[in-house]
Design a protein around this ligand. Structure first.
Ligand SMILES: [Fe+2]
Length: 396
């Protein structure tokens, strides 16, 4: 039996069996999140302890009273709070979205000017990258979802920002220090800048590329390298790395056919970020793919295109059912993957949005199932959330 001090209860906590008070009266039903009103009533009635035969399937309890105050303070400070502690509030989400949109607007200007050869301020780029370092690893799930959803009319602008975000998240997973994360972020941000030297009618071609088109596109890392060398304001390593982003682990990439350890680790990370972000987007030449299928395709490329060591870190971040995957459970319910269990990639946390009859669940009845704690639930399939008109960012 699990016994909990009422002072340690946090709204949103959900159990798989009834939550009872000291007289065994039911306080909350199984799978029904506890509300602030429920907690207020318990306190008003001077009930000190509650108990359940079940276990916590969502949310958390406070270890001691003082943490309640700290938690409240963290909530007020919004973006400083790590996701692991609890779900982001609507206010926190809005703040993170506006941050991303600010970076994206700045990125459109900066990359447009840079591609035309207009001098840009180095600090304008570093300011975006430094904010990414500060905010994205702490809120990685949310930013990985925004990156999947946001698009710009010029594909390369959002793609460049997303490559920086995803690369920094992987770099943080590799325990890079801030100086290294900054270099990695800047290199990722400019990794595709050379694509602007490829005529637009070729890079956005609606039909299959000819061999000549492909050969031309394969020159873009060389352009990226030259553009950064001409700019001359970033460390030399940045220009070296952008040249290597399309090299493959087995030596089949371009432009130099480097392999294994000849490829800089930053370039290996950016290669993964580039592939993942590109595959989540609809392009003129293909439909977007759902994250689960992207991960399956990317896994097939381990030791061919991708370094297994870096891919392992990426996998532990994204899991086989990445955040934003819409999954069907063996109960026939449909839910969105909102968090992953790094130790058990097949058992994420799923927010149930459609019941077994495929009817939309009312907001107050939405439950979150942690598959690691609920062995009876299994994922039996994956569905494209866009087909159901679901915004991932709204639901995470
Ligand atoms: Fe590229």
């Amino acid at each position: 039996m699990l016994e909990i001090d009422v002072d340690c209860l946090v709204p949103g906590i959900t159990f798989n069996k009834p939550l009872l008070d000291d007289k065994n009266s039911r306080i909350a039903s199984p799978f029904s999140p506890l509300t602030q009103d429920d907690i207020n009533i318990l306190k008003k009635w001077n009930i000190k302890k509650v108990h359940t035969e079940g276990k916590i399937i969502s949310g958390h309890i406070l270890k001691k009273q003082e943490e309640n105050q700290n938690n409240q303070q963290a909530e007020n400070e919004n973006i400083d709070m790590s996701e692991g502690a609890k779900e982001l509030s609507a206010g926190q989400k809005a703040k993170l979205i506006s941050l991303y949109d600010e970076w994206l607007a700045d990125t459109c200007d900066l990359l447009q000017n840079f591609s035309k050869g207009t001098k840009i301020k180095k600090n304008s780029v570093l300011s975006i990258i430094d904010k990414i370092l500060l905010v994205c690893p702490e809120n990685k799930n949310f930013f990985l979802s925004i990156a999947q959803e946001r698009e710009t009319t010029e594909y390369l602008f959002a793609h460049s920002l997303n490559m920086a975000i995803i690369s920094v998240i992987i770099g943080a997973g590799l325990k890079y220090n801030n100086a290294n994360l900054r270099l990695l972020g800047v290199a990722a941000y400019f990794a595709d800048i050379g694509m602007f030297k490829i005529p637009k009618h070729i890079r956005e071609k609606q039909v299959a590329l000819t061999q000549a088109d492909i050969q031309l596109i394969k020159t873009h890392p060389i352009h990226s390298n030259k553009m950064l060398q001409n700019y001359g304001q970033f460390p030399e390593i940045i220009a070296e790395v952008v040249m290597q982003v399309h090299e493959n682990f087995d030596g089949t990439g371009y432009p130099q056919g480097k392999k294994g350890d000849e490829i800089h680790e930053y370039a290996k990370i950016i290669s993964i970020a580039d592939t993942f972000d590109a595959m989540t987007k609809k392009r003129s030449f293909r439909q977007e793919k759902i994250p689960h299928n992207i991960m399956k395709e990317m896994l097939k490329l381990v030791e061919k295109k991708f370094d297994p060591k870096i891919m392992r870190v990426f996998l532990s971040t994204m899991a086989i059912y990445p955040i934003g995957s819409m999954v069907q459970l063996n109960t026939k319910e449909l839910g969105l993957v909102i968090d992953i269990n790094e130790a058990s990639p097949l058992k994420p946390k799923v927010k149930i949005l459609y019941d077994s009859q495929l009817k939309k669940v009312n907001n107050e009845d939405i439950k979150i199932i942690d598959l690691i704690k609920n062995e009876e639930y299994k994922i039996i399939g994956v569905i494209n959330p866009k087909a159901l008109g679901i915004s991932i960012v709204d639901e995470i």
